[in-house]
Ligand binder design. Sequence first.
Ligand code: GDP
Ligand code: IMO
Ligand code: MG
Length: 432
Amino acid sequence: MPVIVVVGGQWGDEGKGRVVDLLAQKAHLVARYSAANNAGHTVVNELGEFKLHLVPAGIFYPDKVCLIGNGVVIDPAVLLGEIEDLESRGVSVRGRLFLSDRAQVLMPWHPLIDQADEELRGKGAIGTTGRGVGPAFTDKVSRAGVRIADLLDKESLLQQLSFLVPYKNAVLEKLYGVKPLALDRVHAEYTDFGSRLAPFVTDTAELVEEAMARGDTVLLEGAQGALLDLDAGTYEYVTSSVPSSLAGGAAIGMGIGPTKIDFVLGVYKAYNTRVGNGPMPTELLDETGDLLREGGPRPEYGATTGRPRRCGWFDAVAARYTARINGVTAIALTRLDVLDQLPTLKICTAYRLDGGMTDSLPASGAALARAKPVYEELPGWQKDTSGVRRFQDLPENARAYVRRIEETMGAPAHLLSVGPEREQAIPIKPIL
Ligand code: GDP
Ligand code: IMO
Ligand code: MG
C-alpha cells in the first residue's frame, strides 16, 4: 500500500485540505510534516466548515490515525484550541491524534519578532501571516529552539529558558523596542502547555514506520505551495519551513526514508492566487481578477488571516517548474467551477523578459517582477460544473482546458474538484 505526499504547486491555498479530506477515506494514517499554523486548510463536510491550522485533514474519519510530525512547528495554544474546537463540534481526537516529541515549539517571542521585523522592512515587508513562524524556524536552525519533549521536563525547560528568555529579551528591547518577557511566567505557561499536550506526545516516526510495515496507506499532507518554498520559491517573498513543504521535505519532516514515498500528488488551482507580497506575473488587477476572487462558493480570502487573495490566470511556466521540483506523479486541479462564468480563459505559457522570451521561472525576484506573461486563449464553457461527477460529463471546453493544462505542465490530472464539498469531485485516474 502506498505512501502518498500531497503538495501545493502554487502559492498555497490550492485546496490541499479539501483533497486530503477526500483521499483520507481510503487511507489509514494522515500526517502533517512541515510548516506551522501559518497554514489554513479548509474542509467542508456534514459537520460544517473547518479551517485546520495544525491538525491533519484526516481527522474527520473516526478510524484514522493523525500525526503531526517532527518537521512541524507547534504553537501549543493554537493546537490546544484546535483540539478543543474539534471536540466541541463532535470530532473525536483523543487516542488517534499524536504529536512528535521532536517538533519545535513556537515561543511567545516569535510573533513579536515576526511583527516587528515586518514593520522594520516597511515597504519591503514579506506580508507574513504574523504568527511568528519565520522566527521560530530561524531559531530552529540557529539551535535556539525549544522542542515538544523539552516542555515535558520542568527542570530542564527552566534551564533552557534561563538562557533563552534573557537572550530574546535583549533582542526584543534593544533591537525592536518591545517590552521584555518574564522568565517565570513563560516557564509556568509552557510547563502547563506541556502537561496538557502530554497525552498526545510520542515518537511519531515510529508510528509511521509501523503503519508502513503493516502495509497501511499513508497520506502526508504538505502545507503552503512550492512557490513559497525557501529554496525553490520566489525568494525573499517565501515562507521559512525547514524541512521544506516540497515533496522532498516529507521524508525528513516525518522521519522516514525518501525511498518510502510512492506517489506525489500536486494540488493546483485552475487559476492562480497569492496572499502576501512578492511578484505574481499573471495577477489581474481588473474585474476578471475580482470575479476569480468573489465568484463561486468560498470566495478567495485567506483561511488564516482573512486577507483578500490576489488572483490571476493559470501560470503554466511556474506550474511546470513546481511539478518538476516536486517530482509530481499526477495533479489534482481544484476550483474548476470558479471559471464557469468566464467567456474566455487564459493560460500563461511563457514570459516576455528584457526583450526576449523564456519558459523558465527566473531565479531573481526582480527579474520575475519584470516578466510579462505570454498568454494562450481558450474558450470558456459558461455552464455550471459544480454538479458534474464524471470527466466525460464536463462541457467540451472544460475538458479541453484541463487537457491543455496537463500538456503545458507535462503531468496528468488524476482528480478534479468542482466545489468545496467532499463529493464535488471528478476522479479521472486512481490515486489510491
Ligand atoms: P489549502 O490551504 O490548500 O488547504 O486551501 P485553503 O483551504 O486555504 O483554500 C482553498 C479554498 O477553496 C477553501 O475555501 C476551500 O473550501 C475551497 N475549495 C476547495 N476546492 C474547491 C473547489 O473545487 N471549488 C470551490 N469553489 N471551492 C473549493
Ligand atoms: P496553506 O498551507 C498561503 C505566505 C504568507 C506570506 C509568506 C510568509 O494554507 O497553503 P509566513 O507567515 O509563513 O512567514 O509568511 O507565506 N503563506 C501562505 N500563503 N497559504 C499558506 O498555507 C501560507 N503559509 C504562508 O501569506 O506571503
Ligand atoms: Mg490555506
